[in-house]
Design a binder for this molecule. Structure first.
Ligand code: HEM
Length: 253
């Protein structure tokens, strides 16, 4: 009796799966909006960094104070005297405007995705590791498969493996929130209303340094993410993320 019930459940699951898109429309729209905003943030952020490629720790730092580290590139903008005994880098117009606009679109998009993901059960069903995978052994096995570049099985086109799930969760719930926090901690208006945003991080220059390092981690994620999508079958996987159509794999069944 139990076997019959299980069989019916499985049939129902397969039938539901055959009708359902691989990715929900909201996941697809927010995924590509996030990607677009992230690229805009990268281009504008790079311009901001190149205009002053020195990083400090604490509340303040400038060309006259020692740097924690600096990028081995010349500053793209001249420093301008302020008349108060110190100098500031020339201000960036388009890059700041683009950076702030894309940051707010990304924050709203992310909020929509996170609220929908929690309410609809998307995170619980598709991103939290399955009960059988919640062990160090399962993680080591999944990581070893990843590092050996074992091609995904056909069933994997319908769900994320353990390494993907943990990586996506880390990106959504750790890296993005931290990058937003450190970004807000650099805003004079925000910090004057909520000073602890910056003081908890050690100051506004510490926030800038952490913001940069978190961005480097997100770029590393993006490179590996796209490489893994390529490895699993770029055209079909990306098409599934655009249209929702299921993505058959090229690997062993
Ligand atoms: C900063 C940029 C990006 C971030 C933060 C990101 C993040 C994510 C996340 C969190 C998921 C899981 C979504 C869910 O099911 O809720 C995902 C899936 C996916 N992403 Fe991205 N992504 C980015 C850029 C890209 C790019 C540039 C591509 C391809 C050109 C891409 C292709 C895909 C595909 C195909 C999937 C589904 C994976 C699969 O079927 O195995 N992503 N991405």
């Amino acid at each position: 009796m139990a076997e019959t019930a299980l069989g019916v459940d499985r049939l129902a699951a397969v039938a539901t799966r055959a009708d359902a898109p691989r990715h929900a429309a909201l996941v697809r729209v927010t995924h590509w909006l996030t990607t677009l905003c992230f690229l805009a943030l990268l281009v504008s952020g790079l311009e901001l960094v190149v205009s002053h490629p020195r990083f400090y720790w604490g509340e303040s730092g400038n060309v006259l104070t020692p740097a924690l580290f600096s990028l081995p590139i010349p500053a793209s903008r001249a420093t301008v005297p302020t008349g108060y005994g110190f100098v500031l880098p020339d201000q960036n117009g388009w890059s700041r405007a683009l950076h702030f606009q894309s940051a707010w679109v990304l924050v709203l998009t992310g909020a929509l995705y996170v609220i929908w993901g929690a309410v609809s059960g998307h995170f619980r069903r598709h991103l939290l590791p399955e009960a059988s995978d919640r062990s160090v052994q399962a993680f080591s096995r999944a990581l070893a498969r990843h590092l050996r570049f074992t091609r995904p099985a056909a069933a994997d086109a319908w769900s994320y493996n353990l390494v993907q799930r943990l990586t996506y969760l880390a990106v959504i719930f750790v890296l993005f929130p931290l990058v937003i926090w450190t970004g807000l901690a650099m805003s004079p208006a925000f910090v004057s209303a909520f000073p602890s945003t910056a003081t908890l991080l050690g100051g506004r220059q510490s926030a800038r340094t952490l913001h940069f390092l978190l961005t480097v981690s997100l770029v590393a994620f993006l490179l590996v993410h796209v490489a893994m999508v390529w490895f699993a079958g770029f055209g079909t996987r990306v098409m599934a993320m655009i249209t929702g159509a299921p993505a058959p794999t090229r690997g062993p069944e």
